[in-house]
Ligand binder design. Sequence first.
Ligand code: NAP
Length: 295
Amino acid sequence: MRVDGHTRICGIFGYPVGHTLSPAMHNAAFTALGLNFVYVPFLVTAEHLPAAVAAIRALGLAGVNVTIPHKEAVLPYLDELSREAGMIGAVNTIVNREGRLVGHNTDGRGFLKALTEQAGFDPAGKCALILGAGGAARSVAVELILAGVSRIFLANRSPERAETIAGLLLKIVSADIMVVPWSEKKEKLLAEAVACADLIVQTTPVGMHPAVEESVLFPFILLRPDQVVCDLIYNPPETKFLKSARLAGAKTVNGMGMMIYQGALAFTLWTGHPAPIAVMHKALQKVAWPDSRNP
Ligand code: NAP
């Protein structure tokens, strides 16, 4: 990688940011295409977020990714939002269009692309159950709605958060969105949602490295071979949740594809070039699963 007077800078704003795998993925892609770009992590506190966003303009950065905890907080500092980012209410990618900062959210579309590529799943007319109601759940829900899903069940540890998301979504789309309790005491309602679901998406951080022995409570015994079960976590490659779903006969998809495709979409927004998916995949595997030869 060369750095000279023409190098364009991309990066990621987050706090913390030391764990990010995005630099490896994007820098490998820039190198593969011979693009004079570099991607660097920026540790940005909440207090410094407005100044950091202003610096995108001042320093002429090509754009940045935005991660925890700034995905929602960054909205007021941008000039424009894409349709998806507006619907989701969160931004994970900023593009600097000659000083005009445009916020995008590529998480949901990245998820959908991975789902299509890896499971051949078309959401049109289907029923989905989303476990969790945080930012990732919201981006997945919006994208599934845009792709024509007929019904979404939302289940969350704190039901009021699921109610809030359902309320926000219903204000902007006409979709069939229902909140179901996620507790052992009311397992019948969850069982009905599982029975209806063609797609089940686990969006909580439970089971993520290093807590790999943990899993959310779920009636795996009810799963069928025609159902697709996704976990947005990619480290480990197969969470305890995903393994239980696979052993119960469902088709499973981990979060690696979403990670790659959300990055690929951002890459194209910044550079105007199609992303080298295979290169990004390889670079990401190398840093995410260094001990695994064939995950
Ligand atoms: P978030 O906004 O903090 O939301 C976390 C969600 O998980 C909330 O619904 C929370 O429930 C729930 N939760 C947390 N701990 C739980 C527990 N012990 N039991 C049950 N529920 C629990 O986080 P996020 O941004 O949505 O991210 C969620 C996950 O998605 C993370 O693992 C992240 O790495 C992953 N992700 C992956 C990709 C990818 O490219 N593969 C992209 C984005 C996110 P409460 O509301 O009750 O607190």
